[in-house]
Design a protein around this ligand. Structure first.
Ligand SMILES: C[S@@+](CC[C@H](N)C(=O)[O-])C[C@H]1O[C@@H](n2cnc3c(N)ncnc32)[C@H](O)[C@@H]1O
Length: 199
C-alpha cells in the first residue's frame, strides 16, 4: 500500500485484484479485494467478531458504515433478505468492490454509496448501524462519527461497533455513554470488543 491509507478516497496503487473466501455465520462467501482497501488478504478478526455478534432485525434499514469491500453489509443482506441494507465508504475502490461482491454473493438489492461520514446518508431511520470504524483515522474523526450515528437511528435503534481493547475501548465506551443512554459489551475475544449503543 506504500504511503496510501486504506481510507484514501481515490487509491492510486495498482489494484492487484485477488479473491478470498470466508465462512461467516456458517455460510460461505467470496470477496474480491484489491490493494488500498482494508484487510484485503482475509476477513479482519474484529470484523468477524462484529459479524458474529450482530443481532440482525428481520425488517428495516441497516447501515454498514465504512463498508470496505463489503463483508458486514453483505452478510446482513444474505442473512435477512427483507432488510434494506445501505453501505457507505469514503474509498471509491472499496465502494466498487462492495458492489461487485454483493453480486458475487447473490445479492441483487444493495445500495452502496461513495462518501465521507454521513454526507451521502440523509436517512434517519436506521434500525441498526454496524461498523468496524477506521480507528487509524484518529479519535478526532471517529468520535464525532459515532456521535452523529445517533441522529440516523430510530429510537431504540442500535449502533454496533468493534474496537481493539488496547486501542482505547474503555475510553470509547465512556464517550459513547455521554451520547447514548445505554452501552453494552455484547462480544469479546482475540483482543477485541463489540459494543452495542442504544439510541
Ligand atoms: C476498519 S475498515 C472496515 C472495513 C470493512 N467494514 C471491514 O470490516 O472489512 C474502515 C473503513 O472505513 C472507511 N472510512 C474511513 N473514514 C471514513 C469516513 N470518514 N467516512 C466513511 N468511510 C470511512 C475506510 O475506507 C475503511 O474501508
Amino acid at each position: 500500500m506504500g504511503h496510501e491509507h486504506y481510507f484514501s478516497s481515490q487509491p492510486t496503487s495498482e489494484p492487484d485484484t485477488r479473491e478470498i473466501t470466508a465462512t461467516l455465520r456458517g455460510r460461505d462467501y467470496r470477496f474480491v479485494t484489491q490493494a488500498g482497501v482494508f484487510s484485503r488478504s482475509r476477513i479482519d478478526r474484529g470484523t468477524r467478531l462484529l459479524i458474529d455478534a450482530l443481532r440482525l432485525p428481520e425488517y428495516g434499514r441497516v447501515l454498514d458504515l465504512g463498508c470496505g469491500y463489503g463483508p458486514v453489509g453483505i452478510v446482513a443482506a444474505r442473512e435477512q433478505p427483507q432488510l434494506e441494507v445501505v453501505m457507505v465508504d469514503i474509498n471509491q475502490r472499496a465502494v466498487e468492490l462492495a458492489r461487485a461482491n454483493a453480486r458475487l454473493n447473490g445479492i441483487s438489492k444493495i445500495d452502496v454509496r461513495h462518501g465521507e461520514d454521513f454526507s451521502v446518508i440523509p436517512e434517519q431511520d436506521f434500525v441498526l448501524i454496524a461498523t468496524n470504524p477506521p480507528i487509524r483515522a484518529g479519535k478526532q474523526v471517529i468520535y464525532p462519527l459515532l456521535a452523529e450515528a445517533k441522529d440516523h437511528l430510530l429510537p431504540g435503534g442500535i449502533l454496533c461497533l468493534v474496537i481493539r481493547t488496547k486501542q482505547g475501548a474503555n475510553s470509547l465506551q465512556k464517550y459513547l455513554l455521554t451520547i447514548y443512554p445505554r452501552v453494552q459489551t455484547i462480544a469479546k475475544g482475540g483482543g477485541y470488543r463489540v459494543f452495542a449503543a442504544y439510541a
